[in-house]
Design a protein around this ligand. Structure first.
Ligand code: IMP
Ligand code: MG
Length: 187
């Protein structure tokens, strides 16, 4: 790590996926998506705020024309884990009816957020939906949810960086890292 990223990374226990590995995988995913959407451009829907970094790198690694839009969703506190209640904080600017949409997520943990989002989008009758997530946590009790491409499957640990935050921080790290347990509150 450079002196700058060391400074930004205070509270980090270890780097799980370094910058080169992320960029390499992003290029592979982009090539896959270029082929899928060769005939007609997708509307890429980034899920704010976490997916902004991944979406930005992914779309620039793609060579086909794409359209972009964003949605922001928020969980209803701790109840989310059990009820899956999610709130839309920012809806799309675009109408998705009859269009090919590509949902871009940062991480799928329990799968509840994605499930809710996909329910909302399916009711708007897009031509088709594809989902790409940078990370998928290995979790026994995760719900089954549509996920067409995954960058990396990771252990069930809390990670930050490359868009992902802890209490709003660490999003600007260029790598994915595991937080030091002393940084996280006691559970
Ligand atoms: P899910 O609904 O449990 O799948 O959680 C999805 C959302 O929770 C993600 O889009 C993230 O915003 C957040 N999240 C889940 N796991 C992590 C993590 O390890 N680090 C940071 N954010 C996470
Ligand atoms: Mg998210």
């Amino acid at each position: 790590m450079t002196a700058l990223s060391m400074k930004k990374a205070t509270g980090i226990a270890r780097i799980l996926i370094d910058e080169d590995a992320i960029q390499q995988r992003v290029r592979e995913l982009a090539a896959e998506l270029d082929a899928v959407y060769a005939e007609s451009p997708p509307l890429m829907i980034g899920v704010l705020t976490g997916a902004m970094t991944f979406m930005s790198d992914l779309m620039r690694a793609m060579t086909i024309p794409v359209l972009v839009d964003f949605m922001a969703v928020s969980s209803y506190g701790a109840s989310t884990r059990t009820t899956g209640v999610v709130r839309i904080l920012k809806d799309l600017n675009e109408d998705v009816e009859g269009r090919r949409i590509l949902v871009v997520e940062d991480i799928v943990d329990s799968g509840l957020t994605l499930q809710y989002l996909l329910d909302v989008l399916r009711r708007r009758n897009p031509a088709d939906i594809r989902v790409v997530a940078l990370l998928k946590k290995q979790k026994e009790d995760a719900i089954e949810v549509q996920l067409d491409s995954v960058g990396f499957t990771i252990p069930d640990e809390f990670v930050v960086g490359y868009g992902l935050d802890y209490a709003g921080l660490y999003r600007n790290l260029p790598f994915v890292a595991v937080l030091d347990s002393s940084t996280l509150p006691e559970r």
